[in-house]
Design a binder for this molecule. Structure first.
Ligand SMILES: [Zn+2]
Length: 336
């Protein structure tokens, strides 16, 4: 569960279990002076799909920290790559018990507002999905994914330091720079160590899956555009070793960023061609592109990612939408 990926830099695979994601990778940057930095922190519990409450996430974090020769009392700083609950759920608890500082990007306030009022967030999502053609029990179920996560976050961590990107801090012998990488989430950051070409990538770069980029009303107008720019930013750095938010570290970060970018661009083209050939609603695109959707969570991800592609085309005037008399948006080539 704990591996030292470089001297004084430990990966801790912490249990998750929600929505089919097995674990989240948190990292301990050892200060060598009893003052350590933690990057991401996992969740309070890891319930199994059959209703078993699962392993105690707080205990899992504590024992992982001990295995790295650290402990909550030594955490002087918790840096959150992005405020999705799998990376952030325990943040309030870690800060309360360690007395350390919580560092997060300024734009994570959008996520915090959502956790403060999850009912409002669910309503907003429901309105958005209804506008794009979903209705009935499927609509209700698809909108409620956030509610699966709320119980695994015992309190909402409040950042003491708001980041903009560009900040530097030193832990032990290493200096890290905060790199703002919006896309997967508007407040997403990576941590970059230029001397050894190490990148803590959160969910911005993952090895085995193309990180989801989803549209959420009230967040960014073009998250896909931001994501593609952030991929370029990180590729330019040329990371030798990437320490991702899920799964083990991997090499050749620039190559991986380019491959994810190609995948997103291919999908952008595919969706543009489908809509140019014939007008589509988002539910129609979802059914054609993802015929095997099995769960409400998968349906939400599929629709919200398709919306991110469509929004990218919309802001560039490549595709346009219009409300049909039944209230549902239909997407087509502009001027048709
Ligand atoms: Zn994640």
């Amino acid at each position: 569960m704990v591996t030292e990926v470089a001297p004084g830099l430990h990966r801790m695979a912490l249990p998750l279990g929600i929505h089919g994601v097995e674990s989240v990778s948190a990292y301990l940057l050892a200060g060598g002076d009893g003052r350590d930095t933690l990057v991401d922190c996992g969740i309070a519990a890891a319930p199994t799909p059959d209703g078993d409450p699962g392993p105690d996430g707080t205990a899992a974090l504590e024992s992982a920290l001990r295995a790295c020769g650290s402990g909550l009392e030594r955490i002087e700083r918790l840096v959150i790559t992005h405020a999705h609950i799998d990376h952030f759920g325990l943040a309030g608890e870690v800060v309360r018990r360690s007395g350390g500082e919580l560092w997060m990007h300024r734009s994570t306030e959008l996520d915090l507002a959502k956790y403060d009022d999850p009912d409002e967030a669910v309503d907003r999502r429901e309105l958005m999905l209804a506008d794009h053609g979903l209705y009935g029990p499927e609509l209700t179920e698809t909108s409620r994914g956030l509610c699966d996560w709320i119980p695994v976050m015992p309190s909402i961590g409040r950042p003491g330091t708001l980041l903009d990107g560009g900040e530097r801090f030193t832990v032990g012998d290493r200096t890290w720079e905060v790199v703002h990488t919006p896309g997967h989430s508007p407040g997403h950051i990576c941590l970059w160590n230029a001397a050894e070409h190490l990148l803590c990538s959160g969910d911005h770069l993952l090895q085995l899956v193309s990180p989801p980029v989803t549209f959420e009303r009230g967040f960014e107008t073009d998250p896909m555009g931001s994501y593609l720019e952030s991929l370029d930013r990180v590729a330019t750095l040329g990371p030798e070793l990437v320490l991702p938010g899920h799964g083990p570290p991997f090499r050749h970060g620039a190559r991986r960023a380019a491959s994810i970018s190609r995948n997103k661009l291919r999908r952008l083209t595919r969706i543009r061609e489908m809509v140019e050939a014939r007008e589509h609603t988002v539910t129609e695109l979802t059914a054609e592109l993802f015929p095997n959707i099995a769960t409400a969570a998968q349906r939400h991800f599929a629709m919200a990612e398709i919306l991110a592609y469509l929004a990218h085309h919309e802001v560039r005037g490549v595709l346009a939408r219009e409300r049909r008399p039944d209230g549902v948006f239909v997407w087509r080539k502009p001027g048709v």
